[in-house]
Design a binder for this molecule. Structure first.
Ligand SMILES: Nc1nc2c(c(=O)[nH]1)N[C@H]1C(S)=C(S)[C@@H](COP(=O)(O)O)O[C@H]1N2
Ligand SMILES: [Mo]
Length: 316
């Protein structure tokens, strides 16, 4: 990210820079003014308005190898470029309009749908899962998400046989997303998964965290969590799911395709072009862990990439 206001624990040992580091001086200046604008708002706002949301913990995802990240950290240290290319976007994100929230499901499906988020929530049951989150920038968190398996959305969407991939798009709200004025970025934020990945039990659509509804800065009202992949795959505030037959450009592959790939599976042995991925630093405690292949979720997902474990294309 922009190298200002970094705290010591944000600085990994091998000087990783940001997803946008190659951008021009003009870009950096614009990003800086967005930062100043956001930090004028009272930071307390980021913690206001959290509504309780209860769900049983899925016993398969009830424990982790590390302590959970403090809730106050998870909701105040965020990547959400629509609100600025720095980590303190939570105050600005409070302006995100999330009611009503219509979701479009289109492309290669038996019939296109527009559903209110509440219609979808009426057709699934929520559960809590403790997942690790590994950002490509080498910081990490451990978060108790509340949501439902992505495969439930596949049941609702009814993709055609010809559908092979899903494109997910974040909402566009020009009036409150100051980042959208940075027109060199390919808005809206987009990400993608193969249908097999979305059908894997680990792929999770999230509507809450720490026993509460998702706050805007974490991607309310609905975001993805795919913990075996780098954090940028876990797209926030999703408005649209489009089923397609081939891999489409994503936000980050369009911005810097030589540094960020479509597959983005975590692998400590495949470095980023500008830094090592061998270890990670926990937000809040600063504790450092060795990064694990598939972020430690290999038992669940390695079979999706059978015969490809030595192919770097799947790991950046
Ligand atoms: N729409 C949107 N989704 C996004 C991003 C973003 O900038 N915009 N950043 C991604 C990145 S790089 C990370 S690491 C995670 C961070 O999620 P968190 O803020 O809930 O920890 O969100 C991902 N989802
Ligand atoms: Mo990230």
């Amino acid at each position: 990210m922009i190298p200002i206001r970094k705290k010591i624990w944000e600085l990994p040992n091998i000087n990783p820079t940001s997803e946008k580091d190659y951008l021009s001086r003009r870009t950096v200046l614009a990003g800086t003014s967005a930062l100043i604008g956001a930090s004028l708002l009272p930071s307390k706002k980021a913690h206001a308005d959290l509504h309780p949301l209860k769900a049983q913990t899925n016993p398969n995802y009830a424990s982790l190898d590390r302590e959970l990240t403090a809730e106050s950290e998870a909701i105040s240290y965020n990547n959400f470029y629509e609100f600025g290319s720095h980590k303190s976007i939570a105050p600005a994100a409070q302006a995100l309009a999330t009611e009503p929230w219509k979701i479009t499901i289109d492309g290669l499906v038996s019939s296109p749908l527009e559903l209110d988020i509440d219609d979808i929530l009426g057709r699934v049951s929520l559960e809590e899962r403790l997942y690790r989150l590994r950002c490509v920038e080498t910081w990490a968190m451990a978060v108790p998400w509340i949501g439902f398996p992505f495969k439930k959305l596949l049941d609702i969407a009814q993709p055609l046989q010809s559908a092979k991939y899903i494109v997910m798009e974040t909402d566009i709200q020009k009036d409150v997303m100051s980042g959208l004025s940075q027109s060199w970025y390919p808005w809206p934020y987009k990400e993608g998964l193969s249908i097999q990945e979305a059908d894997n039990d680990l792929a999770f659509l999230v509507v809450g965290l720490y026993g509460k509804k998702l706050p805007p800065q974490n991607g309310s009202p609905i975001r993805l969590a795919v913990p075996w992949k780098y954090g940028f795959k876990s797209v926030k505030s999703i408005k649209k799911f489009t089923f397609v037959d081939s891999i489409q450009p994503t936000f980050w592959t369009a911005v810097a395709g030589n540094e960020y790939g479509f597959w983005a599976n975590v692998n400590p042995d495949v470095p980023h072009r500008r830094w090592s991925q061998s270890s990670e630093k926990m937000i809040g405690t600063g504790e450092r862990f060795d990064t694990q292949i598939f972020n430690g979720y290999g038992d669940a997902v390695a079979s999706l990439y059978q015969g490809q474990l030595n192919n770097p294309k799947y790991f950046f």
